[in-house]
Design a protein around this ligand. Sequence first.
Ligand SMILES: Cc1cc2nc3c(=O)[nH]c(=O)nc-3n(C[C@H](O)[C@H](O)[C@H](O)COP(=O)(O)OP(=O)(O)OC[C@H]3O[C@@H](n4cnc5c(N)ncnc54)[C@H](O)[C@@H]3O)c2cc1C
Ligand code: FES
Length: 360
Amino acid sequence: MDVFVPIVLISVLIIVTALLILADHLLGGDEEKIVTLNDKEELKIESSDTLLNILSENKIFIPSACGGKATCGLCKVTVNEGGGELKPTEDPFLNAKEKEQGVRLSCQVKVRNNMNISIPEGLMDAVEYRAKVVNIEELTYDTKLVRFKLLKPETIEFKPGQFCQLRVPGLDVIRAYSIASDPKESNHVEFIVRLVPKGKATTFVHKAMLSGDEIILTGPYGDFYLREESNREMIMIAGGSGKAPIRSIMYRLQDLNMPRKATYFFGAVAKRDLYYTEAFMEIDKKYENFTYIPALSNPAEEDKWEGETGLITEVVDRKTGDLSEAEAYLCGSPGMINACLEVLRKHNIKEENIYFDKFD
Ligand SMILES: Cc1cc2nc3c(=O)[nH]c(=O)nc-3n(C[C@H](O)[C@H](O)[C@H](O)COP(=O)(O)OP(=O)(O)OC[C@H]3O[C@@H](n4cnc5c(N)ncnc54)[C@H](O)[C@@H]3O)c2cc1C
Ligand code: FES
């Protein structure tokens, strides 16, 4: 009896595995398939892996901050033919128009047939970098600036506001981090990383990563970037590590000699959450048309804070007038962004003039 039970279990397992292999074969698992890209390029594929992985193996790096778990919604591509049925995991990330156009989460689509797909040209520019950590600086008790030197390739071209992805060595974890550095500095990138308790990537960055470590980055990605052609008044709002892409945008605005009126609201809880305050105050002093407004929602008594207080939404509401001709750049937690969007709409901002990156 003791010997019989494991034998039955093993036999069942073997039969199930054989059936799965047969099913995979019948579904086109190991047959050659062709993925046609933007009606230009053809990829010959033998596995039935996800479209995201297959593209990555072919050096086409689609943003994928959750590493394929269908929680970030960043890995969208348009599947014109051969994508099969939409999965329930994709549904929350796609609006009606996207579904009609065949937009899919590439991490959820398996390549089982020939496919015809479209990828925005901008995404085709993302590259995989080998980079070396050259400096780690503590900005607050839970926020660090990490500076990387790009080793191979040695340079990056990005628009201020865009992000890269960092692969945590030894773990199947990929996370998005906005580039915080000066876009002129093409052989280095800097990230501002805020520790998330028990967070996989941020715990690695804060507790294990050392100067000299080599890391894989991909990028640049994203359509959150400074619209340089516009001369609209700018409202920038950030909380926590949301300061990262705005820092990069500010480098560029200074290079352009601050060509437009701009106000930057930075929301924090108490003084210990503020960083780069003096640097931004200096810019405020230097340019008449730039204003920096840090605001604390719950300053400690010892902070002796004389600046703006309240939630950043309340401060924005108090300090802004009509925004019908303005442009807004928002960066931070989804909760903060959603609340700020309501306030901006109350001040008549036009939807097409709002740009944001939700750090979720
Ligand atoms: C486009 C984009 C740009 C980003 N840029 C930056 C940046 O410049 N700097 C930065 O620090 N982060 C940035 N993020 C967020 C970053 O990608 C990670 O999500 C974050 O660092 C947490 O990763 P983790 O692996 O440590 O946590 P995980 O292991 O993914 O999360 C652990 C737990 O914490 C929760 N959680 C995740 N993030 C937060 C949070 N912020 N606050 C509270 N709970 C959280 C998760 O839901 C989960 O339950 C960006 C995200 C996006 C999409
Ligand atoms: S990689 Fe995050 S949803 Fe696909």
